[in-house]
Design a protein around this ligand. Structure first.
Ligand code: PLP
Length: 443
């Protein structure tokens, strides 16, 4: 029997209040639709913040996981299970360059694996020397390189390492001392990246090819190309956080292939949409040869050897079967193309609204950021003291559309990759209705 307390009251009394939650209690989902406890239906263009990549309760994923549920759910990473190996192979194929995969449970955890990879690389390989023809500093005394360069405005997760890496002060407040070894550079600013990486302690660059939490900002091809050449010249690692933009969301398997074709990173992190709603994180590490201080040469993907890293749940047979099916559906149903075509259609449709309340619309595939005018609160006093993005997201909820706020002024559309044109048109119409209901902006 259900507890007589309403859901929100259960949360109030028993759940740590780390989230400022919207007053919505969901009980069911199917495809691009969600239903709340009162039976009201919503078009879901948040997809659990880019997670339910095939919508809710996809029949193929459910059937495959149900089958696995009846045979084997979990053993331990002390042993081999076939689905983990198969998924690793598929992910390496998706990257298109030889390497290996580490499995974990979330985006923050995938990024932790990247920080540890960079630390071990910095501690166990030689540094860069401008005087040496090979680029390596032959001196055994070269101090370990420990600084990971990340971008202002980035988001990398909520662990201590994640908030140290994240280029936003608001996530760090109250959590000193943070782990050392991170410096932030301005996204898409090549001269600043060149200057900051000239620090001899710099060992890696970590960048989101499309910054999601900041409000959908794509890296320029020149920026990622420069980051690649700096890493080559200085024997550093180029690492991409594809937790939000990876595995189809931009219209390609790899977000970097959409924004900077031809640039290959040394390591990548994924999570969110990888298993269509089930918790899974993963990291790809290149087989690029690296020379250790000991003089041995090994592939980078073997640097995290036995005992150096791990997690109990990473890559269970149940979740890996789910992820394999998600990736198969994306391929079988041509959903990369769908993300490209419908992303473009959504972008054009929102721009065509020519709403005076919209400052700009940015988009890469099915990652769309709708930025409201800067002086929204002044022009629309009813919204105060709420952030304009939250005010509009709540109005959209009332009208039956789920979207995600980003900062104070941006609303994200991150629908499932199998969304159709009818759903995009309906979402655009709801957005138009809500913006029109705000009235005209006085001259
Ligand atoms: C780019 C990026 N990296 C990392 C994370 C953290 O992922 P998780 O919440 O699964 O720890 C997020 C979450 O929003 C993200 O967008």
């Amino acid at each position: 029997m259900n507890d007589p307390l309403p859901t929100s009251e259960l949360f109030k009394q028993f759940v740590v209040p780390t989230y400022g939650r919207f007053n919505l209690q969901f009980s069911r989902g199917e495809g691009v639709w969600l239903w709340d406890e009162q039976g009201k239906r919503y078009l879901d263009f948040g997809a659990g913040i880019a997670v339910t990549s095939l919508g809710h309760c996809h029949p193929r994923v459910n059937a495959r996981m149900a089958k696995q549920l009846g045979s084997l759910v979990h053993t331990s990473n002390l042993y081999y299970t076939r689905p983990q190996g198969e998924l690793a192979k598929r992910l390496v194929e998706i990257v298109g360059h030889p390497g290996k995969i580490f499995f974990c449970n979330s985006g923050a955890e995938a990024n932790e694996a990247l920080y540890k990879l960079a630390r071990k690389f910095g501690n166990e390989t030689l540094g860069f020397s401008q005087n040496s023809s090979s680029g390596e500093d032959a001196s055994e005394n070269h101090p370990p390189r420990r600084t990971i360069i990340t971008m202002h405005g980035s988001f990398h997760g909520r662990t201590l390492g994640g908030i140290a890496a994240t280029g936003q002060d608001k996530v760090k407040k109250g959590f000193d001392p943070l782990p050392e070894g991170f410096r932030h550079s301005t996204f898409n600013d090549i001269p600043e990246l060149q200057a900051i990486t000239s620090d001899p302690s710099a060992v890696a660059i970590l960048v989101e090819p499309v910054q999601g939490e900041r409000g959908i900002y794509a890296a320029t091809p020149e920026f990622l190309q420069k980051a690649r050449s700096i890493c080559d010249e200085r024997s550093m690692l180029l690492m991409f956080d594809e937790v939000q933009c990876g595995l189809g969301r931009t219209g390609d398997w790899n977000g970097w292939d959409t924004v900077a074709p031809g640039v290959t990173p040394d390591a990548v992190s994924w999570a969110k949409g990888i298993a269509g709603g089930f918790p899974l994180g993963a990291v790809w590490i290149s087989d690029r040869p690296i020379r250790l201080r000991t003089g041995d040469t090994i592939p980078l993907c073997d640097l995290l050897g036995p005992g150096s890293h791990g997690t109990t749940f990473g890559g269970t047979p149940l979740i890996c079967e789910g992820a394999l099916e998600v990736l198969s559906v994306i391929e079988d149903e041509n959903l990369l193309q769908n993300a490209k075509t419908l992303g473009k259609h959504a972008l054009e449709s929102i721009r065509a609204l020519k709403s005076p309340w919209i400052q700009t619309v940015r988009g890469v595939g099915l990652m769309i950021g709708i930025e409201l005018v800067e002086n929204f609160s002044k022009l629309h006093s009813a919204s105060e003291p709420k952030a304009p993005s939250v005010y509009i997201v709540e109005k959209l909820h009332e009208a039956g559309l789920m979207t995600v706020p980003s900062g104070t002024h941006t609303i994200r559309w991150l629908p499932a990759l199998n969304v159709d044109k009818t759903a995009i048109d309906e979402a655009t119409s709801i957005l138009s209705h809500v913006l029109n209901s705000l009235g005209k902006i006085a001259d």
